[in-house]
Design a protein around this ligand. Sequence first.
Ligand code: IVH
Length: 682
Amino acid sequence: MNKVDAQARIAYLSKEIEKHNTLYYDQSAPLISDFDFDMLLEELQKLELEFPDLKLPDSPTQRVGGSISKTFEQFIHKRPMLSLGNTYSQEELRDFDQRVKKFANVDEVEYVCELKYDGVAISLIYEEGVLTKAVTRGDGVKGDVVTNNIKTIRSIPLRLSGNAIPRELELRGEILIPKAEFIKLNAEREELGESPFANPRNSASGSIKMQDSAEVAKRPLECFLYYVLTEDLLFDSHYQSLEFAKKIGFNVPNTMARYPSIEGVFDFIQDWTEGKEQLDFEIDGVVVKVNDFALQKKLGFTAKSPRWAIAYKFKAERAETRLVSVSFQVGRTGAITPVANLEPVQLAGTTVKRASLHNADIMEQLDIRLNDWVYVEKGGEIIPKIVGVNTNRRQVDSIAFEYINVCPECGTKLVRKEGEANHYCPNELACPPQIKGRLEHFISRKAMNIDSLGEGKVEMLFDAGLVQTLADLYSLKASDLLGLEKKFTNEEGEVTKTLSLREKSVDNILNGIENSKTMPFEKVLFALGIRYVGETTAKKIAKHFKSLEAIAAANMETFIAVDEVGEKIAQSVVDYFKGEEQQKELARLKEAGLQFQIEESTHFVSDVLNGKSFVVSGIFSQPRDRIKELIEQNGGKNVGSISAKTDFVLAGENMGPAKLKKAETLGIRIISETEFFEMIEN
Ligand code: IVH
């Protein structure tokens, strides 16, 4: 390559890598596979070596990865958080072993193998045995302080046990969400009309950067420990240090193994290449580390990574197939999801016929066209995805894809709200999948729990024209139902199930509907399926307003005053109650006898805090929500921020210094958790 071409290629690669860095680290929505990303980076590194004067001053090869969120306090790592050199080839792993042996002047080197957990790195700092700081990797030099969020993770000890704890100790590990929990989390997000996370890694990184640690606490995060750093060398080997970490309470996966030479490492790799699907968390390779600390110290570091370790990454399994068509699914909230229909292809032991295309932006970035040959990958991820297009096989006359602008189910013009990735069908009252989805949500276990209408029965009632709205359920009669029949078919049109209603199931259905009338108000509110109003939000709104009338009469401001209700939720609720059809529906549901208010007895248990306003901040021995509930049950009021009108600041552990200062300046009484309990117990 001549210099002019190299310059153009370097500029292109640098820009491209930066783009993918942002997509991966900041937007948690990677567009290409790790392998492809590494290939781009490697090509850039090679060109920069060949033409050093062309290297851009801010070349992405300088960075460890990621950027810093502006919303957290920042901390400069005492020792930078480096990345690992990586390889996809066993040959290169042998070269690594040769280099280490030559350097140490020995015949064999002892290695520790660990899995390469596919989550986000965290640095945990303990002083006098107490967790004082948890910092993300950030750009490798400085990261975000996310201590409060990290403290919500149960597998991270807040205080270390044992008597040999060094005064200062830093440990590093990986935060992740188990696969099964990830699936649950995404289902919940889709329920709320939020866009799902692309993979468990993104959901973990999104979670630890949330502003509200109470929300983080609801995420099933795990921490796997892989590195112990101390001021003094307390251990002889990495293996010993991890055994110590295990002993003092950390989660060090017992998949870790020690081998006297590189041969064992190859066995470990072989075992986990085959066994990785069985794990309940995601891995993207294996990390090989020199065990002996003295040798590690001698080998040292390059500017970016340790010379004593290397990551062997699994090549994502990929297949090439043709895109036959794109269909558009309409969810309960009207969100449109494009799905690629593919010519069936074998991939990692299963036949792939479909892959999610997420939204219009992703389709545009891929520049995907009908009949294109596309690459599909499963690489560790659960849902197969399209990672690229083989443009060499593209038909010359292919035309760019035009995203739909009307709903595929009801023909209504789609809308796209500012800042949202998904298109929506706004015809919520008459668009069939939205009605069906709403009915299914209404009867679901966490909502009205009418399980006698499950497994397709509610769909049958809708198809038969018996139920169009939620309230229609309460007008059903046995004579409407008896003898109803529905045949369910698969994609090939074969009948897979036939449902027909006889006396017994009709009785069950009607009883289930009748019993649902005793469901508490908060469940009814959740069951209505108002966008963004999940189970917890429904509970909060119900507790705050206590009746449907009060909610219907509330405005944006009053909603935002409710704990954890932001503008997006408030707007959605206000819009819902403004709707004429919704008002009619609610009147019919009330008429049917549903619970539209909280029973009086749960209002409060005393009035000792009558008229007093509280700001609750920090961490307590029990969930913050419970403390707030106690305030209300005793006649007090929770307010979001400190003002001259606040009566008390209830300060838990680690309350922010800014809040504390404000309270002191305004002369507001600051009380501890113990003092609070004394107040209400008296
Ligand atoms: S050791 C100085 N061990 O991979 C090297 N890292 O590319 C410290 N990772 O930032 C890293 N599993 O987030 C190490 N068993 C493991 C790991 C692991 C996952 C991640 C970690 C690190 C990245 C390096």
